[in-house]
Design a protein. Sequence first.
Length: 343
Amino acid sequence: MDDLLSDGEVSALLSELDVGMAGASTPEVSSTVSAAPEAGITVDEQGRKIKTYDFNRPNRFSKDHMRTLEMLHEIFSRGFTASVAAYLRTVADIKVVSVSQLPFREYTMSLPRPDCIFVLKMEPLDGSFLLEMNPELVLTLIDRILGGPGKAPTAPRELTLIEQSVIEKIVNRGLETLQEAWLKVGHFQPKLTGYETTAQFVQVVAPNEIAAVIEFEVKINEVTGKMSMCIPYVVLEPIIGDLSAQKWFTVGKKESTAETVESLTKVMREAMMPIVVRVGAAQITVQEMLRLKAGDVIRLNTSPHHEIEVLIEGLVKLKGRPGVSSKKKALQVTKVYSPEDKV
C-alpha cells in the first residue's frame, strides 16, 4: 500500500505528460503542413510523401487508360459530327468536354429528370453501358428530322413512342461511328438494347462500381446541349490492357514478311503514273496572245533534233527524242536521271 501514488501525485504526472506531448507535437504539425507539396499529400517524419486514398472512390482506370479513352472518343465525336450533319443537312459540332471516373451512383444522381438514357451493349464484351442525351437536345434533333427548324423546346418532357423510334436512327448512326472509333482496340458490335427516362431505374452495375464518364458538348445550329457516355469498369476489364496509349499506337504495325513485301511490290509495280512529255516552251506577250488566230505558228525553243524532257509526277526523270512508232507518236528514251542527279 505504501507504493501507491496519491491523487495529487497522479495529477502532477498527467499534467507533465500533456505538456511534453504538446511541446513535441507542435513542431511536427507545423513542419508537416509547410512541407506538403500539393493537396491530398502529406509528408511524414522521415520525409516520405503520403497520399490520401478514398476507398469510396477508388481509381480503377489509370491516367494512361483515361488518355486513351479520350483519344478514342475524340475520333468518335468527329465521325459522329460528320454523320449527324449529313443526316440532318445542317451545321453540327460534337466535341469531348471531359473524361473522368466516378462511382456509378454519383453519375446517375447527377442526371436530370426526365432524361433520355439509352442502354447499350458492346458485344462480345459482357455487361451494358449508357449513352445519355439531354431531353432538350433530343427534342431539337427530332424537330429537325421531322422537317422543323430545329428549335429547342420551352420545357423538357418525356418522349413519345414515335419520337423514341425517330431518335433511335440518330443513336444507331452514332453506334456505327463508335464501332469505327474502337477499331484501334478491337472489333466490337455496339447495339441498342433499352431506353429509360429515369436514371435511378437503370441499374446495369452495382451503385458503387467505378465507371468512366465521357462528356460531350453537342451544338446543332444555335442550340447547344449535353451528351455523356458511362462505361463501367467491369465492362472494359477484359480489354483494359489494350487501352494503353503505347499499344493503341502500335495497332496495325506488323513485322514485314516475304509475302507482304512481295504483295506490296506487286501493287506498286501495277500502279498507274502520269507521264508528261515537254516538247518545248516559248514566251509571248499578252498582246501577242490576244492576236492569235487559227493557223498561226508559235516558235518553240527546241528543234526536232534536240532531246526533250519527260516528267513523271511533275519531276524530270527522263530525256528522249520524239518520233513515230506504228503510226503513233512516240518517244525514244536517251537518258534516265537517277535520284542523285540535279535537274
